[in-house]
Structures are given as C-alpha cells and as structure tokens.
Design a protein around this ligand. Structure first.
Ligand code: M6R
Length: 600
C-alpha cells in the first residue's frame, strides 16, 4: 500500500520519480506527489487523484533537482486530498519525506508535538514523522532519523531529504518494502522492483530495522541504531519488458495470457523421472509434523484451500487452511511438530507476515510460497519456494494464483514422496501438459466474452462448487466482484438449499463448476434446482458429465481432477475480465483496492 520512489544522482530526479510512480500506481492511486531539492530549497508538487493529475500539474513547474522523492498514496489516515498527499514537509520546509506504512502511535506523538507548539497540516499519521525530524534535527539528519525511529511504532518505508544536506537521501524500513538500486551515476529506491528496472537490475534489499544513506556515487547501510553493515548486491533475473503492458490493453489481460509461459517456468527443473525436485526444502524431515497450516489472504488463500486438500489427501497429515487475519488472533495450536506454509504473491501482506512471525515464535517450521524475490515473507520464513510468475501488476491476481496452485500441488506430492507415500504419477506427468491446455482455453476467449454479457446488467451472481471446485468458485467470485463490481458470492453447492437458494429467481445467473468426478453429479443436481427456480447457468465441467437444460456449458480439457483446479481458473478470470470491460471498469486498478496490502 502506497508506493515510494527516490533518486539521488547526476541526472534529474523527476523522470526517475515519475516513471517509478507509474510502475507503482497499483499500490495506491488516491493521490501522488514529488519533492526535489533545488537551489537550496524544497520543491514539492502534489495533488489528489491519479498520477495523471500530478503529471498535468507538473506542466506548470520546472523541477530540475538531482535529488528527489515521490509517492503514490492508498489512504489510511485521512481522506484522499491535496493536503493529505505526500511528500510531507516541516513548517519551514527544510525537511521532506514520503512514507509507506502506518505509524501506530501517531496520535500520542502528535499530541506531544502540538503541546510543544507544532502545527499539523494534514490528517495523516506520516506527517508526525517529519515534525519529529524537525524536533530532533540538530545538524545531522541521520542522527535525527535514528532518534525518530526509536519513537515511532508501526510499519514504515521512509525516504527523507533535507535542504541542510542536499546531496543525500536517508531511507529506513520496517515491515514495508524498500529496495535500493545501483544505477548509472545514481542510487535509486522504490517500493517494488518494476519501478527500478528502467534504470537498473542491480539491487539491495533493505531488511527490517535497517537504514541507508544514498548519495550519487556511494551508499552506506546501517542498523536502526547506527551500526554500519554490508549488504549484498543482487541482480534481478527479469527486465523491464516483463513489467510492461506489451501491446495488451491492460495488465490483467497480459497477465492472463502469460499463464502458459509462467506455469512452465514454475515447473521448470522441478520434475524429473517422475520425481518432484524441490531442492529449496532439503534438510526438512517431514516425519516430524503432525499438523500443517496453510495461511494466506484473498486469492492466495483460495490457492491454499486447494493446496491444503491435495496435501492432506496425499500425505494423510491433518491440514488446516486459514486466512491470515483470523489465524493470528485465533490462538492456533502450534508447536515444533507444526509445519506452517505461508502463501503470498507480494511477500509483503501484513496479516500473512504477522501470522508467519507468530508461527515462528511457537517453533513451527515455516515455508513461504512467494512470487516477489527478496520480499519480507520470503526472507523471514525458514524455507522459501518461489513461483515464477514474474511481476504481477494488475491488482487482480491471475498468473500468481495459477502458479501458486502449480507449486502447491508440487509441494503436496513432494511431501508425500519424502514420507514414502504413494504418489499420483498421472498428475505429475500431466503437469507438464498444463501450459498447452491453458493456451487452448485462452483460444476460446470469445466464448467467455459472450458469457460476460449475461452479467453486464446484474447486481448479483452466484458461484457454486464442491471440494476443490469450491476453492475455484471462491476465487471466481472474488475475481468478478473486485474487477467488475458485480456482487458475487460463492457457495458450497450442497449448502444452497440450506439458505442461499432463497435468492434465486427468474434471470439470476449461477456460475457452476463441476470438475471433480466423485461429486460432479451432485453439483449438477444442485444446478437443476436453481434452473427450476429460473436461474440461467454457466457451467464449467469435464467431458463425461451428463448435463441437461444448462444454457451454457464449457468443457475443460481432460486432465486429472487435481489439475482441473488450475484449468478452471482461466475461464473464471476471463469471465471477470470481460464483464469489467463491458461495464467500463478500470480493470487494472479497481476502486478501493491496492496490490500489496501492507496494513492490517
Ligand atoms: O500478495 P498476497 O498474495 O499476499 O496478497 C493477498 C491478497 O491481498 C491478494 O491475493 C488479493 O486478494 C488479490 N489481489 C485479489 O485478486
């Protein structure tokens, strides 16, 4: 939530700041702003609304500083407004900063500062940091920052500039991402890798409670109490192209179409001679666990629901999948015999991170399934498996979901294999064919565009499924509601008659998934019950299921039931995508949402 950029170098800061913010707009788009230092003064331009508004406003300014910071906001404290936009400065405009995160004790700090005579312009928690810097500044910005970090509680990625030390940017991080790039004649920083890629692929990942001082030709890293440390320079294994739209109208569509490739990448090197190879997990003795948790949020939770069923079935170890915001407050049963798996595309989701830390405190073995290299969750977990989805920019998760499913299925069979259990070889073999099948489904896109027209004028849609299909319909409903704003709920098909069927009336649309042979017939009976009450049905199923009276049936390619969970995601993504397009919604940046949810 919120994206920040910073530039300190030989060139002008503004081009880097703005291109970086455009790559980070998925993290927040309520307002945007930049500050550069020029001729001994801060130049700040900021405004409410999308980055485009800032671009327009900047036409009236000439910002030519070589040191600067930028921000795109997802409002937490204070409505989206010009005043609440970042960067925030102290009263005499000598210090300015951008902040991503939440200062939890800002209320009391603000009261203390007001009592000392400070005035606040905004309603944000972030402004308290700059006023504290003003209070502590005594000729050394780094020393002042150290003192401020001791006072503030909560999460932060901070980039600070001052006219007193105009050649520097001080950065600090705790529980919000911050990546520093070593570019040609400059050091740069941003909340996420895509914002850096036009300038460099060589980066440092700042860890929690670390700080850095950026200058145009050097960088120094410190712990938050000022001890100098060394950091490793890492080269990012993909380039700018991977983070651009590449001729597609939207990132979401591009990312849907990337799935054959990224699924292939996620599988690469992980299956050989009918064996699963997950070298990253070497050293774990899976016999020691009597309980497994999957913990995640949103789409990643839906992938976990599916992964948990496959793992439990193939290992016979009891598995619980739970949403992170519940897990962390539910006093879960965790000890050294617990394996806890945390699934997160961004690797920064606040609830998932807190749940991971809780599991570690209670001596569980932790595995992260993450997509973003070097993200906090991936570094905090004992072990990490990366999906190879590349940067996912659209807020609605698509390729991250299907690659998570692939990796979770691999993980389930890997654990079974290590425990000496029988492994489902047919599924392992067919995994390699999944990219081609996904491609085939994508070729049927016009059909889903047609189905989408059924939803254009509706306020509600009903998704039903059983077993693994229930996880799929939860994800289908989430996708539809987040991008098209059609209210969509997912039900276990067998539960319809216990309440939800009361909602079905003439013209209701039911989207049903029936891919699991042992229960498909049951779901199909439930579909008939909705048709009898006037529903129009879109059914996604497999050949061989006998389906009568259903207006629209889409048959998936013939793969094992486990793998259908991957394939069925594609029609559901396309359905949501086209519905949103027909309704004229901003597909990549749905209202009220941000890509990386770094607040609780
Ligand atoms: O980065 P994460 O996978 O931890 O994000 C979790 C959810 O916020 C995320 O999956 C969200 O539900 C999706 N953007 C929805 O498409």
């Amino acid at each position: 939530m919120c994206g920040i950029t910073a530039y300190c170098g030989n060139g002008f800061a503004l081009p880097f700041l703005m291109q970086g913010l455009s790559k980070l707009e998925y993290r927040g788009y309520d307002s945007a702003g930049v500050t550069t230092i020029e001729k001994g003064a801060l130049q700040t331009v900021k405004c409410k609304g999308r980055l485009k508004n800032l671009e327009d406003k900047l036409q009236d300014y000439k910002l030519e500083g070589h040191v600067g910071i930028g921000h795109t906001r997802w409002a937490t404290h204070g409505i989206p407004s010009n005043l609440n936009s970042h960067p925030h400065s102290n009263d005499d405009e000598t210090i300015s900063l951008v902040h991503n995160g939440i200062i939890e004790n800002y209320r009391e700090l603000k009261d203390e500062l007001i009592a000392k005579g400070y005035h606040f312009q905004s309603e944000t928690d972030s402004e308290v940091v700059v006023q504290l810097l003003d209070y502590y500044y005594d000729g050394d910005l780094f020393e002042a920052t150290k003192k401020v970090l001791k006072k503030i509680e909560g999460s932060y990625a901070l980039c600070i500039v001052s006219v007193f030390e105009p050649e520097k940017i001080i950065v600090a991080k705790k529980d919000s991402p911050l990546i520093i790039g070593k570019a040609d004649g400059a050091y740069v920083a941003a909340s996420d890798i895509p914002a850096l890629l036009a300038y460099t692929k060589d980066v440092y990942f700042l860890d929690d409670l670390e700080m850095a001082i950026l200058q145009k030709d050097k960088i120094h890293f410190y712990t938050h109490d000022g001890k100098e440390i060394n950091k490793e320079l890492v080269t990012i294994p993909y380039d700018l192209e991977a983070a651009q739209k590449d001729g597609y109208d939207t990132f979401m569509l591009k990312e849907i179409y990337e799935q054959p490739h990224v699924i292939q990448e996620t599988l690469r090197g992980r299956i050989a001679d009918q064996k699963i190879i997950l070298d990253e997990l070497q050293g774990i003795d899976f016999h020691q666990y009597n309980r497994v948790y999957f913990v995640a949020c949103g789409t990643a939770y839906h992938a976990s629901l599916c992964g948990s069923q496959v793992l439990e079935r193939s290992t016979k170890i009891p598995v619980i999948a739970t949403v992170a915001s519940e897990f962390r407050y539910s006093d879960p049963l965790i000890d050294e015999h617990t394996l806890a798996i945390f699934v997160s595309q961004s690797g920064e989701t606040a609830d998932t991170l807190a749940a991971l830390r809780l599991a570690k405190e209670h001596h569980a073995t932790t595995i992260a399934i993450a997509n973003v290299l070097g993200s906090t969750i991936s570094r905090d977990a004992d072990y990490v498996l990366y999906t190879c989805a590349g940067p996912e920019i659209a807020v609605a998760s698509t390729k991250a979901y299907t690659t998570q499913l692939v990796l979770l299925i691999l993980l389930a069979y890997y654990v079974a294999q290590q425990l000496g259990k029988d492994v489902d070889f047919k599924t392992i073999q067919q995994l390699n064919q999944i990219p081609q099948y996904v491609e085939n489904i994508l070729n049927d896109h016009q059909l889903f565009e047609q189905y989408a027209k059924m939803l254009e004028t509706l306020h509600d849609a009903y998704f039903i499924g059983r077993g693994l299909d229930y996880a799929s319909v939860l994800e289908g409903a989430l996708k539809l509601k987040e991008v098209s704003y059609v209210h969509a709920d997912a039900y276990v098909a067998g539960e319809l008659k216990h309440g939800p069927i009361a909602l079905i009336e003439e013209g209701s649309v039911v989207i049903a998934v029936a891919t699991q042979p042992h229960i498909a017939a049951k779901t199909i009976s439930n579909i008939q019950e909705t048709i009898a009450r006037g529903a129009r049905v879109i059914l996604i199923t497999t050949h061989g299921e006998e389906v009568k009276n259903v207006e629209n049936t889409y048959y998936l390619p013939d793969v094992t039931p486990t793998l259908q969970a991957i394939l069925v995601a594609i029609p559901l993504q396309l359905l949501a995508y086209y519905t949103a397009c027909i309704k004229g919604c901003d597909v990549d940046k749905p209202r009220n949402l941000a890509k990386s949810v770094t607040v609780e």
